[in-house]
Design a binder for this molecule. Structure first.
Ligand code: PHE
Ligand code: ZN
Length: 884
């Protein structure tokens, strides 16, 4: 085919005079400016002549004027750091095109044309890991959101859907495996030790879902039979030697395929599904049609090298990417403002999947913990945005906990209000209406509204308003009547000074204090600034359990006696509410302690109440160990900091550690007994054994705080005896926080044992940067010089520096050294990998919510970053907004 013809001389370009925009004048993209594309590209043919340092790309686009477009005779093709080597229209070379910044503008006279463009890229020098890049001798692509334009010129926007035919050729030894989307239709030998393959994807898709992989890979192969009886070939491709660690991923994939058929009626739609694991990857994984590309950390697992949490994360991410095949690929997004259309919905789907695969109670608690520690701070900081933002400068900055996790919570509320059956009718209608389309969040809401018969008029505010609603609760009792008073405020956020009340669905139950029973759960919807709900027939004042199952992503303010919380922590039949009661008990106490309003007498009383609640949980035979483990987790420092207008991170850390130490010493016999009991459980992947391992390390953590000598002995023993990574890492984490030669010995042993296993070495970096040891900053400084450290690998960078940024004590060290290290990292990483660099800015960006002395230092670091002469758009946007 002539698309494979050799690259011609670079075409003469008469009009490159347009000056590129000045680097410090960021362009703001606005949702309200959306215009349908002027031209459509129903088909594209791509031809790659692959080489690690030099790949030539010929793209042949059939373009057609969009009847719904603005009628422009100019075709705009986006580009980024590429230049056209040749441009042909209907087979003839043309030179009347021009560049507009990075884009190529091509005047076209007719209704439809064939446009052919040649480009050249150097994958080996692509350190941003966007577009076509090299990783350990293999070639792979990442196109979401705007990476395709780094490969060829194209209308790189999600509302342009094309069917793709991809031909690639390359050296047979370097790239024995050649993959792209869809099905492989033909392959063969070429000249000079090369071979080629031709792939065809029958499903029209936007460019961000294109993928290509070429390398020396080996597959774990299996099959899945769909409910309509089609057999699908499944492959998980990894580097040689890693294939033994792909079984859990494969099982997760098959379980996902089955689950989506049952839970959402969604069947897979190709005969082949490929997953490729890549060790250099900016994010978790990518849902490219029929060819998912994964960060190795979400594929590879065996008991020796992966923790139970790793196993769970793999199951969740495999599910997530698979579920995108319908929520994202079959129905995609009209523009990037609609990102939550696919991400929020798909997170909800993966959460439901994981809940069905394991303990739904524990899964719900984990999901809420992530929301509170990652999304609430976003919502209350300078980068707050609604789940459907109105503007952005760099879309990569909007792959956030708000779009993903709050987006999932918003859809979950619709499900709670509609009930599971009606919600399913709504999603069925959504898929039916919009299959093959690029849709909007509004389309989704409308489909749920129609299919589930739900009025979502006011509910749409959840899509447009940022900020976590604050709900104040008051309960009055007189005679046999209970009056529940609720009031809501949605706090102001940047660009949104005034907010309207939103519908807040709250599940609640009223418990009789004596019988420990309630009369059934009720759902109330608070949709005004203030509202009162009355309940009759309660001669005794009941105990209120509210926001059960975390039915709404709001912050509840409810001052109540510790005894009520102790009661709920022991009796609530909603597992989330039980956890929540425990959390509130501790949060109330720590807020008072940090705020300095707690006298010694009150402190003792409150600690006692917490100690009693812990004891009850440790002794409760009705609890499984996984759930018991949840109930024993103290609220995260980040979540505690959220409770203050201006937080003192050191004080929060100190009080939280002091409580931990008090519990560890007060309950040391119980924790020691617990550690003995669970240490006797042998390794398996079942829930009981996983629960035992979770408690094993938790017991150690409390003992390390309250009885360090005993803890050290136990941790050394646990480390030595470990036949799995969960136990080994748990023990090492505790040892890494303690002083003494054992610390150094264990760290050295671990490094020696797992050198060569990048994912485990990542853990080795993380453990040290995240530890409670007083010298963490010195350790991190040294680790940055360690031969295993590299700025080129995002997993490694995150392992060291994200762990530091999350380590409140070290990051907020009074010297400001933690801030300086993160600031310097951002400046050094930005030219290499701006997307990853920008992810570190929010930690410094929270300065307004930190006490003034530290706030000034954090701000100072942001200013130093802002003063860099050529910042990426990614970092520039985050830094400007954080300073603004
Ligand atoms: N779309 C991917 C996901 O949610 C995330 C991603 C975004 C990956 C951008 C790479 C680049 O699953
Ligand atoms: Zn996703």
């Amino acid at each position: 085919m002539d698309i494979a013809s050799r690259p011609s001389e670079p075409a003469e370009n008469p009009k490159t005079a347009d000056a590129a925009p000045p680097p410090h004048a960021p362009q703001v993209i606005r949702r309200e400016d959306y215009q349908p594309p002027a031209w459509l590209v129903p088909e594209i043919l791509l031809d790659f002549r692959l080489g690690l340092e030099s790949t030539n790309v010929t793209a042949r686009l059939s373009v057609r004027r969009n009847p719904d477009g603005n009628g422009s005779a100019t075709l705009r093709l986006n580009g980024d750091q590429i230049s056209p080597l040749a441009v042909r229209v209907d087979g003839a070379a043309v030179n009347d095109w021009r560049l507009d910044g990075p884009d190529l503008l091509l005047p076209l006279s007719g209704e439809s044309h064939q446009v052919e463009i040649e480009t050249h890229v150097n994958p080996a020098s692509n350190s941003q890991l966007m577009g076509l890049y090299a990783s350990h001798g293999m070639l792979c692509t990442q196109c979401e959101a705007e990476g395709f334009r780094r490969i060829t010129f194209f209308p790189d926007r999600p509302d342009v859907l094309s069917t793709y035919r991809v031909r690639m050729s390359g050296d047979k030894t370097a790239f024995p495996v050649l993959l792209s989307n869809g099905n492989c239709e033909s392959q063969g030998e070429g000249e000079g030790g090369t071979h080629w393959a031709e792939w065809h994807d029958p499903w029209p898709k936007p460019s961000y879902l294109f993928a290509l992989v070429a390398g020396d890979l080996i597959a774990n192969h299996d099959t899945f039979t769909t409910r309509s009886g089609r057999t699908v070939d499944l492959n998980i491709w990894v580097r040689k030697g890693d294939e033994e660690r792909t079984q859990h991923a494969m099982e997760s994939l098959k379980a996902s395929m089955k689950w989506d058929e049952e839970a959402f009626g969604r069947e897979y739609d190709l005969d082949l599904f490929n997953i490729v694991a890549v060790s250099d990857f900016n994010m978790g994984a990518m849902e490219n049609k029929g060819l998912n590309v994964f960060n190795t950390r979400y594929v590879l697992a065996d008991p020796e090298t992966a923790t139970d949490a790793d196993y769970d994360a793999i199951e969740g991410v495999i599910g997530h990417e698979y579920f995108h095949n319908w929520s994202g690929n079959r129905v995609t997004c009209r523009d990037w403002f609609q990102l939550s259309l696919k991400e929020g919905f798909t997170v909800l789907r993966d959460q439901m999947f994981s809940a069905d695969m394991g303990s739904s109670a524990v899964k719900r608690i984990e999901d809420v913990r992530i929301l509170r520690s990652a999304q609430y701070p976003e919502d209350s900081g300078p980068l707050a945005h609604s789940i459907r933002p109105d503007s952005y400068q760099e879309i990569s900055n909007f792959y956030t906990a708000t779009i993903y996790n709050k987006g999932a919570e918003v859809i979950r509320m619709m499900r709670t209000m509609a009930g599971p059956e009606r919600f399913r009718a709504g999603t069925d209608l959504y898929f039916e209406r919009h299959d093959g389309e690029a849709a909007t969040c509004e389309d989704f809401v409308k489909a749920i509204e129609d299919g589930a018969e739900l009025d979502l008029g006011q509910f749409r505010l959840w899509y447009s308003q940022a900020g976590t609603p604050q709900v104040a609760v008051d309960l009055e009792h007189s005679g046999d009547r209970v009056v529940l008073k609720l009031a809501q405020v949605v706090p102001p956020t940047p660009g949104q000074p005034e907010k309207q009340p939103v519908p807040v669905p709250l599940k609640l139950a009223l418990f009789d204090r004596e019988t420990g029973q309630h009369r059934g759960e009720e759902l109330v919807i608070l949709d005004k600034p203030e509202q009162t709900f009355t309940f009759e027939g309660y001669p005794r004042a009941p105990v209120l359990s509210i926001n059960r199952g975390f039915s709404a992503p709001v912050a509840i303010a409810f001052e109540r006696p510790a005894q009520d919380l102790v009661f709920l922590a022991a009796h609530d039949d909603d597992p989330f509410a039980r956890y929540e009661a425990m959390q509130s008990l501790v949060v109330q106490h720590l807020i008072a302690a940090v705020g300095g309003s707690l006298g010694e007498g009150a402190r003792a009383v409150e600690r006692d109440a917490i100690g009693q609640a812990f004891k009850a949980i440790l002794a409760d035979d009705s609890l499984d160990d996984l759930m018991r483990g949840e109930l024993l987790i103290l609220p995260a420092e980040g979540y505690l900091a959220e409770q203050f207008l201006v937080a003192d991170p050191t004080a929060i850390h100190a009080e939280r550690e002091a409580l931990k130490a008090w519990l560890g010493s007060k309950l040391k016999d119980s924790f020691a007994e617990l550690h003995d009991r669970v240490s006797a459980v042998s390794y398996s992947r079942d829930a009981a054994a996983r629960g035992a391992r979770k408690l094993k390390t938790q017991a150690l953590v409390y003992l390390a705080a309250g009885a360090p000598a005993d803890a050290k002995r136990r941790a050394i023993e646990q480390y030595r005896q470990a036949d799995n990574m969960t136990d080994r890492q748990g023990a090492l984490m505790v040892l890494a926080g303690l002083e003494g030669p054992e610390r150094r010995e264990a760290l050295a042993d671990y490094h020696g044992r797992y050198s060569g296993n990048a994912l485990v070495i990542d853990k080795w970096f993380s453990l040290q940067a995240g530890s409670l040891h007083p010298d963490v900053l010195t350790h991190v400084q040294a680790l940055a010089e360690h031969p295993d450290f590299t700025m080129a690998n995002p997993n490694r960078v995150r392992a060291l520096y994200m762990a530091l940024a999350m380590n409140a004590k070290a990051f907020h060290a009074p010297s400001g050294e933690g801030y300086r290290m993160i600031g310097e990292l951002i400046r050094q990483l930005d030219p290499i990998n701006p997307q990853t660099a920008a992810r570190f800015v929010p930690s410094l960006g929270r300065w307004r919510r930190i006490e003034p002395r530290r706030a000034a230092m954090m701000r100072g670091e942001l200013e130093r970053i802002a003063a860099e002469p050529s910042l990426s758009r990614d970092v520039l946007e985050q830094v400007t907004k954080s300073l603004g």
